[in-house]
Structure formats: C-alpha cells, structure tokens
Design a protein around this ligand. Structure first.
Ligand code: FRU
Length: 484
C-alpha cells in the first residue's frame, strides 16, 4: 500500500496487531540488523529523546513510527539500561492521543524531579487544512514507567513574531533553581532561531528571548533539536540548522548537525560569549538530531540519530529504518571538542585478535561483521583501509582523510555525494577506533578529535577487511569482536 497521509497519521489504536506482527517477520529476516546499536523493533526510528538518569537507570527514548519504515504519526519509545551499552526496550512511552499532540509526540527532553521523571516535548497538531500548530507539553513518568500527561500545555503557542515551526524543548534546571527551556524556532521572516523560556515553576514558563549564537540571520530557515550543555567548562551549543548557507560553515549532508563552542554564556542578554564558527559535529554521512545531557556522575553524554530527514536508506525495504549511535562522552581538550564512546563500551569486547600486517596489502578474513578495529599509524605513514567496501584513505603526512562509500553495497543518498573529506593534524601519529556493526560504522580518529559515521548496506555478508600501506612496520591493529 502507498504511504499516504491517512495511513501515516492513522491513530495507533486503529492499527490491527497484524501490521506490527507482519513487519516484525520482515525485520527479522533483514541481513542489516545491528548487534550493539539501538534499532527500532519495527518501523522507523528518528531522534533520541529524554536522555536522562532516573530510578537507578539510564533512560533513552527515541522518536518512533512503529507501523512502517516511513515518517508518520510519531511517539516515544523508551529504552533503559544500567550500563549505557545493554538496552532494554520498555515499549511505547508517549503515544500521540490527546488534542495537544494528535499528529505527533515530537522530540523533547527529560528531567528527574523528586521521584518522577518529567518529560517535556512538542505536541504536533494539524488542523483540517493541515496547518501546523505546535504546543510544548509535559508528562510525568513514575518509577513503574507509567506516563501521565499534563492536562494543559506548558506553552500554548510560539511567541509573537514566530511561526509554528517551534519544537524540540531542552528542559534544564538553571544554577539559580529556575527552569530553563531551549527551543528551535522560526521568525515570521523565516529565520531559524533558538528560543529561551524561563520559569520559577513549570507552570509559569515565559519567553525571555532568542539565544544569540553569533550566526543571527545566517542560520537558515529553521533550527531543530537545539541543546546547550557545558563540556569541561565550555558552553557547547549543538543544533541542526536547516537551509544554512555553505558560506557560514561547509557541510555535505542534506541537513547538518552542528556545534558552536563558546567561552561563556551571558544569561542577562542571552548571548554566547566569544562563539566559534559552527563546525560539523560529525564528519560523516548520517548524523542528525543529537541530544546531550550532563549526567549525575558528571559526564556529558551524547546520543545521535544515525539517519537524516528526507533520506531513505535500503533498510526500509526490510520494514525498519535507522538507529541510534553509541553513547558518546564529550570532552574539551586542546581547544577542541572530543567525542568518544563511553568507557563502558570496552566491556562489549571479545577476545583480542592482533592483525599481523606483513606486506603492502593485507586481507584479513574471518572478521565477522560486528567488531571494533583499533588501529595506530605512526606519523607520515599513508594507509588505506577497506571495510565492507567503505574505503578510508588516511594521509598522515598532510592529515587528510577521505571516506568513500561509493562501492559499499546498495547505493543511497547519492545526491549528497559518496565521499567525505576532513583533516587531522599533519605529521602526527593517528589512531582510529572503528566500531563496525553490520550496516553502520562509527569511526573515531585520535580518541574522538574527529568522528565520522557511515551507514552502508552490503549485498553479501561482510567478513573481510583490507589494509594497504607502504610501511607495514608503522601500523598496528587489533580487532575485537563486539556483542551486546
Ligand atoms: C528532527 C525532527 C524534530 C521533530 C522530530 C519529529 O529530526 O524533525 O524537529 O521534533 O524530528 O519526529
């Protein structure tokens, strides 16, 4: 059947159980299912939501459309974990079933308050002529996982001068004990803007103004999923500008996920102090809508959607779409943002297999398709690595990295190019930790100085990796099978 609007927005309680059961069988037969990434059981996954620590467990929800691998009527599915690497699926947590979220329980965040978890999200509502109205709504989740929505929205409408492209609240508790909400918005003149609300209580949130980030008037027509966190003392603004000019910051993906680091925040004037120019959060093809929060243990953690708006990948042929990234810990070192999978990720490692690099071109068979490759190359040692047809060319003389997925199985998203290029420090040793999982790989260079995420859809199962270098003695590599 065609995924027309009626089908996409059909209320959850009108779907027969056979729809999900049928999809589940299709999904189970997919050769591209993942071994240690969060993936939808059926249908589509998009943004991470409500990332938090509550009731002794990590809580990480995601945007879901469980009835097909397409964007439709969105809900929140809850995942929870004690270690950030093994996740339990706790099922549907927020279903779009009130007049304030009837066309979608859109993205949002979570804040533990007393013995409950408060969820704040965007209620997407469409009228008869399909015009959007955005409410910012709230719900309490208790320790048993029961969710009770507030009777009335927290924010009824966008502020004067802004459109109903108004969503993705990041709710935090400010140092002075006030509630603060950061939201993505759009001016009537179609400029993307981050908006700030504050309140003494959740029921008196009021608009304070727009957050000045240094790119006012140059951030495109919309900002989605804004997050402001502090990373080792540095305010870090993570956001998704849509329609931003390439002259502001270069990017290759249909929509980028970007980051601006600053020296401080002036909360009187709502200004990021000494903001850097925006940079891509991820150098690869597939990261969007990342959500960060600072955990009670002091770590600032990040989860990303691996998938992009308006992009369809081959997994959808099998009744599912997209996944979440590994949980990344953020740090600020040598004036740069670093992202690296949390230390717990090492516990997924099986027995180490050292790869003996002997000649110019080595093929290693029996790798399986889900593992971590840990590689070190001395300075000035060019090398090429090929994993499942994804070719990584590393020039450690100039520091140039080229990632090419043009020969990696079923092509998709080719309108946005099949290669990505970025730079590491020249004439320096390089480390690469490649987390490979059947149809996704997360490549971390120099312990997270640069990250490059790549989806790929092999036509035949992957069991080999190739390494090519003129200086075999200068390259060291170890392979660890990874399983959750
Ligand atoms: C980003 C986004 C958000 C929105 C959600 C809806 O991918 O468009 O802005 O809240 O997805 O699923």
């Amino acid at each position: 059947a065609e995924w027309n609007r009626d089908l996409r927005y059909r209320p959850y309680n009108e779907w027969p159980a056979s729809q999900v059961a049928g999809l589940r069988r299709q999904v189970q037969a997919s050769p591209w299912r993942l071994h240690y990434h969060i993936q939808p059981t059926t249908g589509l996954l998009n943004d991470p939501n409500g990332f938090s620590f509550f009731n002794g467990r990590w809580q990480l929800f995601y945007q879901a459309f469980p009835f097909g691998p397409v964007h439709g009527l969105k809900s929140w599915v809850r995942m929870s974990s004690t270690d950030l690497i093994h996740w339990e699926n706790d099922g549907e947590a927020v279903i779009p079933d009130t007049p304030y979220d009837a066309q979608g329980a859109y993205s949002g965040s979570a804040l533990p308050l007393a013995d409950q978890l408060f969820l704040m999200y965007t209620g997407n509502v469409r009228n008869g002529s399909w015009q959007r109205h955005a409410y910012q709504v709230g719900a309490w989740m208790d320790q048993t996982g029961r969710v009770e929505k507030l009777a009335k929205p927290l924010i009824q409408a966008p502020p004067a001068g802004f459109t109903d492209e108004f969503r993705d609240p990041q709710l935090t508790l400010a140092d002075d004990g006030r509630f603060r909400v950061l939201l993505g918005g759009q001016t009537r003149a179609k400029q993307g803007m981050p908006l700030i609300y504050e309140g003494e209580t959740l029921s008196d949130l009021h608009f304070r103004g727009t957050l000045r980030t240094g790119i006012e008037g140059r951030s495109g027509y919309m900002i989605e999923c804004p997050n402001l966190v502090t990373v080792d003392g540095h305010p870090t603004f993570i956001f998704c500008p849509q329609g931003m000019a390439q002259s502001v910051a270069a990017y290759d993906n249909i929509f980028p996920n970007m980051v601006i680091t600053a020296a401080g925040v002036d909360w009187e004037t709502l200004t990021l102090q000494a903001p850097r120019t925006p940079a891509n959060l991820d150098e690869g093809f597939d990261v969007y809508a990342s959500q960060a929060f600072t955990a009670p243990d002091g770590r600032t953690l990040l989860s990303s959607w691996i998938g992009l708006p308006d992009v369809t990948a081959p997994d959808s042929r099998d009744g599912w779409a997209n996944c979440l990234s590994l949980v990344k810990e953020l740090h600020y070192r040598d004036g740069q943002l670093y992202q690296y999978p949390v230390a717990e990720t090492k516990r997924l490692r099986g027995e180490a297999r050292p790869l003996h690099i002997a000649s110019g071109t080595d093929s290693f068979i029996g790798t399986g398709d889900h593992y971590e490759l840990a590689l070190h190359a001395d300075a000035d040692t060019p090398l090429t690595l090929t994993i499942a047809g994804v070719r990584v060319t590393l020039d450690t003389t100039t520091g140039q990295v080229l990632v090419d997925r043009s020969r990696a199985g079923v092509p998709f998203a080719t309108d946005w190019g099949t290669t990505r290029r970025f730079t590491l420090p020249a004439h320096q040793p390089v480390t690469l930790n490649a987390f490979v999982d059947t149809s996704v790989m997360e490549l971390y260079f120099n312990n997270g100085q640069k990250v490059c995420t790549v989806r790929f859809f092999p036509q035949t199962p992957t069991d080999t990796l190739q390494l090519n270098t003129a200086a075999p003695e200068a390259v060291h590599a170890t392979l660890y099978p990874l399983t959750a």
